[in-house]
Every structure is written in structure tokens, then in C-alpha cells.
Design a protein around this ligand. Sequence first.
Ligand code: ADP
Ligand code: MG
Length: 296
Amino acid sequence: MTDPNVTTTGDTELQGDTVDGSALMGAAGAVTTPQDADAALDPGIEDPILTIENLSLWYGDTIALKEISMGIPARQITAFIGPSGCGKSTLLRCINRLNDLIDSVRITGDIRFEDGSIYDPAVDINLLRKRIGMVFQKSNPFPKSIYENIAYGLRIQGVNRKSVLDDAVEKSLRNAALWDEVKDRLSDTALGLSGGQQQRLCIARAIAVEPDVVLFDEPCSALDPIATAKIEELMQGLKSQYTQIIVTHNMQQASRVSDLTAFLYLGELVEYGATDQLFIKPRKQQTEDYITGRFG
Ligand code: ADP
Ligand code: MG
């Protein structure tokens, strides 16, 4: 698995666990059947908008993602959880090809978005990133006005009509639950906003270009609980329109905000399922140990 020249098949240690007697003791001492163990990786998503297929990633000679396969449902919130360094951000960044910017990265496997591979050489990367937007841990507004932060992505696409931009700015700020707080100071610098407001501005900027998918990498880790609650509420409000994926090391956040949760450990997908089920009755001992705070 660590040889970067070898692409392994789908027969991983995870499947091996299911036939190893010692691994059959599941949560709360219940016996995990092989069917449970298969179910531990397959929440049965119909018609996923994104399909990750046997995805492995190396930074130089070091493997960071091992044969990850999962479908992401449209217009739901999927959380990636796991201890620091397990590959959550790496996996998220694969989805809009941000890892392409790192020279030492090598990827095998595929990610399918609707009907095509995002790694198809014919893919227009700017268009891909318009359709799959991203919000980062540290809010990163441009040193421009609030208005121009939101209008930016549209201007790049050649939209310059003031009425169109005005409408898009208002709509995006309303959807990001920020309009009422900033409507009277749209021409002020975005850098004067509070941390929580800046993060909502970044969400407004991401949705202004009407993406299909929004990726969030620990969007609340620099925010206080009130600002965090606002972001979580806002994500719920966006659900009917957007597919959202959130990386969080905060398990309470994952359980509050997400419909599905994927638990990663050391670059492997250990368990993936409905959030309620995964937190209340995990199928794998490793998941149980992590969510009950026994490691990580
Ligand atoms: P997480 O988001 O779960 O904390 P990451 O995806 O950031 O984990 O990292 C997964 C592994 O890949 C870690 O061992 C990390 O050190 C390594 N890694 C992340 N980014 C890079 C990089 N740019 N170059 C080399 N190694 C990296
Ligand atoms: Mg990370």
C-alpha cells in the first residue's frame, strides 16, 4: 500500500476485518456480522452527485488516503470526521482538485461528478471550482469592500451589469444570513467585519456564483459558539439548494449539522453512514472508540 507505484485493488484491511474473529466484536459488545461490516461503508446512497472511487493519494512517498470509495448525496450535508492528520482536508481538497497545486501529490482512483471524471484532462478547472466552491478554516475575505467580495466571482465570469451584480450580492448575503448586518455598509472594507461575519461573507462569496457543491474545511474552528451556531443554522438553510460537505474535528458539530458522517482514520474510510446511526450505534469498534473519546 505504501509503494507509490502500485495501485492496489479494493481488497483492503477493512474487508479483512470482517472475517477476522477478533474484529467481530462490535460496539457495546454486540457481535458485528459481515453484513454489518459491509454496511459500515455503504449507507446506500441512490444517485450520488459525487462518487469517490478507490481514491488513494500520496504526498511524495507518504500515503495519505487509502482506497477511499464513497458516494456523496445531493442536497444533504455530509461530514468528514476523524483525528487530526487522518486525511480529512486532503480528501476534501481532492473534490475540487486543490491538491493539484502541490507538486509532490500523486493520486490514483477517481472522483466522478455527475457524469464525468473531475480528473479528465478535458475538465476546465476554473469551471470545476465554480461548480464546487470552498470555504476554509480561516476566513479569507479579499481586502476589498463587502460588495466587491461578493461580486468578484461574477465579475471574473464577465458579469458587469450593475443591476445583475446588485441582485446577486443581495441574494447571496441574504442566503448567508448576513444581509441585515451589512446592508447599510456594503462599500465598507470586509476586513472590518467580525470573525463570524467574515466567515459568513466567505460563504456568501462561495454561493454567489451558484455552485452545486460547497466544501467547508473546519469553517467554525476559529469562531465562538454564537458565531458557530449561526454558521450551522445557515448551512441548514442552504440545504435545499446545495450539496455540502464539512470537515470537522468537532463531533458535536458533525452530529448537529450533518445527515451523513464519514469517519476516517490514518487515511482510511473506517465507517460511513447516517449521522444518527453512526453516533448512536456505530458498526465498527474503531468508530465507537473514537466517538466515545477513547482515542484521538
Ligand atoms: P486532517 O485534515 O485530517 O487533519 P490532512 O489531510 O491535513 O489531515 O493531512 C493528512 C496527512 O497528510 C497528514 O499526515 C499530513 O501531515 C499530510 N499532509 C497534509 N498536507 C500535506 C502537504 N502539503 N505535504 C505533505 N504532507 C501533507
Ligand atoms: Mg484538516
